[in-house]
Design a protein around this ligand. Structure first.
Ligand SMILES: C[S@@+](CC[C@H](N)C(=O)[O-])C[C@H]1O[C@@H](n2cnc3c(N)ncnc32)[C@H](O)[C@@H]1O
Length: 154
């Protein structure tokens, strides 16, 4: 088993490359939902992931519904600025899916509304609208790993 990160329609290659590197470091599986805002041979994407791409377990999907259908026996958590639930108040389990939205618009409001019980927010001051996507993913996956005693890692 492993944790899973889902990026729904990511736009900025450097963010996806950074997240791929975090996935390689943590044994987390990466799911990219099309359309992507870059080509998979984009040099910025490759550079941000350094030479760790071979260590990333990556899957591409045509829709988020496809991810949910394929992994219907897993739990899904949704990272968004739009709710009050604090990310660290959830009890994560091995196999959980952590879902992140696109850089410009975030996750679709209807997806958040339909999953309000498992939507989570990283606390921020009122001066900032959102955190960077790759920073958000790193913080949440490491919180899940901390709760799981860094299962699968040293
Ligand atoms: C740059 S943000 C999107 C900004 C968008 N205007 C919004 O408010 O959702 C890209 C993604 O990073 C994650 N993110 C950024 N800041 C977050 C926060 N404070 N709490 C939870 N997720 C966050 C979310 O998954 C979001 O969809």
């Amino acid at each position: 088993m492993a944790l899973h990160i889902v990026l729904v329609e990511p736009e900025i290659p450097a963010n996806t490359g950074n997240i791929a590197r975090t996935c390689a470091a943590t044994g987390t599986h990466l799911h990219l939902v099309r359309p992507l805002g870059f080509k998979t041979d984009d040099s910025t994407l490759k550079r941000a992931g350094l030479d760790y791409w071979h260590a990333v377990n990556i899957e591409y999907h045509d829709s988020f519904e496809e991810v949910q259908k394929t992994y219907s026996d897993h739990r899904f958590f949704f990272a968004t600025t739009k709710v009050k639930n604090r990310y660290s108040d959830f009890q994560f389990q091995d196999g959980d899916f952590l879902v992140f939205g696109k850089e410009t618009k975030g996750l679709p409001p209807e997806l958040i509304a339909a999953n309000a019980d498992t939507a989570m927010r990283l606390p921020m001051s009122d001066d900032v609208r959102s955190l960077n996507l790759s920073n958000s993913a790193a913080i949440i996956v490491y919180e899940a790993l901390r709760q799981l005693n860094f299962l699968h890692l040293d």
